[in-house]
Design a protein around this ligand. Structure first.
Ligand SMILES: C[S@@+](CC[C@H](N)C(=O)[O-])C[C@H]1O[C@@H](n2cnc3c(N)ncnc32)[C@H](O)[C@@H]1O
Length: 365
């Protein structure tokens, strides 16, 4: 055995190189329905019972369950010499399909789509572009045509994206007091998950979710909208069509899809649509000032390389884009979660000074 330094280095290397196996354990357990099955069972189950109910092999199931125990996704107790498995708090809260804070659909999307693009990371780095042609055999010159390459894929994407807002939606919408903005437009608002948070947090506001026609149609069909009167959908292309009137425009995880030139184009259109004194709220995962952390955001940025035309950015990079589009009073608010918020305003000229009242004139109220 080598020196302690060498052991530490090899252990770190091992941890990194097996990282994908850990992800696969999580993905496979979700895909097979292990956590849902254990939640529905009246008591903890042995691995043979789990295997039988899932229609899976005894050998594979036992190995998977025991690895989940080590990863703290499951717990085990031994009764009468038999290992019995149950969910942990982590899996009950985040991995059951039925949990209000479930991340199940995001994990399926990572397993079925993102993972396949990441298999081509080296090629993505060489070429500097996403890997839909290599991973799925579809052209990627129209980004969202590649992302929405089938109805099933589109639905999976929309379900996946809303999972994070079930845990972090409130903190990003509460990062700034948005009550001065009664009319809000969520550009690229997808299924309306953030819009729902917004109307529940700000009783005086109305939200229009603006997205491309196939997304709006799928949102209406598959994502119930409990606040029908206070939130609605509008179909359109934010690069081409007239944007709805609003006091505040939200861009959540939209700018990170695009290169700087497209972001500038979009921000200029939002600035043009915005009333003087109106605002824009950008919600993104922010890189540290030097771009070298946090690791999660760096990985998201590489994910933007393999799956989009964009990247994650630092607060200063977003500020520069917003400023160039004409926005002022730019403020950044961290939330303690993965996503943070930046609020900026369109400049509002001060009211003209009151004219001095001359003799014989009266001032109207
Ligand atoms: C990464 S998703 C973010 C969705 C949502 N804002 C969220 O945070 O969950 C980007 C969204 O932009 C929408 N989008 C892409 N291109 C668009 C366009 N040209 N016009 C309107 N929406 C567009 C997509 O359909 C998708 O809903």
């Amino acid at each position: 055995m080598g020196s302690p330094g060498e052991q530490a280095a090899l252990s770190l290397l091992d941890q990194y190189s097996c990282g994908f196996m850990v992800s696969q354990v999580l993905f496979a357990a979700c895909e097979l329905g292990v956590f849902d099955l254990l939640a529905e069972a009246p008591e903890a189950l042995g691995s043979d019972a789990v295997a039988a109910r899932l229609g899976a092999s005894s050998r594979g199931t036992e190995l998977l369950l025991d690895t989940c125990v080590t990863l703290r996704l499951l717990q085990v107790e031994t009764r009468g010499g038999k290992a019995l498995y149950a969910n942990t708090e982590l899996s009950s809260t985040y991995l059951l399909r039925s949990s209000p804070r479930s991340q199940h659909h995001m994990l399926l999307y990572l397993a079925r789509t993102t993972y396949l693009c990441w298999a081509h990371l080296a090629q993505a780095v060489r070429e500097g572009r996403n890997q839909y042609p290599q991973a799925f055999g579809v052209p990627s010159d129209q980004l969202f045509s590649a992302i929405y390459r089938s109805e099933d894929e589109q639905l999976q994407f929309m379900r996946a994206l809303q999972d994070i807002w079930s845990v972090q939606g409130r903190s990003v919408m509460a990062a700034f007091d948005l009550s001065p903005f009664p009319l809000i437009c969520d550009l690229g608002g997808c299924s309306g998950a953030l819009a729902k948070e917004c109307v529940s947090l700000y009783p005086g506001c109305q939200v229009t979710v603006f997205d491309i026609p196939e997304v709006v149609q799928m949102a209406r069909k598959h994502f119930p909208c409990p606040e029908e009167g206070r939130m609605g959908f509008q179909e359109g292309d934010f690069f081409r069509d007239r944007l709805p009137h609003a006091d505040l425009y939200v861009l959540a995880r939209v700018l990170h899809d695009w290169a700087d030139d497209k972001c500038s184009q979009l921000l200029a259109r939002v600035h043009q649509a915005c009333k003087p004194g109106g605002g824009i709220l950008v919600i993104e995962s922010l890189l540290d000032a030097d771009g070298r952390g946090p690791l999660t955001t760096q990985l998201y940025s590489l994910n933007m390389l393999v799956q989009t035309e964009g990247r994650e950015r630092t607060p200063a990079q977003y500020q520069a884009l917003l400023k160039a589009a004409g926005f002022r009073d730019i403020r950044c608010q961290t939330t303690g979660g993965v996503y943070d918020a930046i609020l900026a305003r369109k400049w509002c000229p001060p009211p003209p000074p009151l004219q001095p009242v001359t003799a014989g004139e009266s001032q109207t109220p």
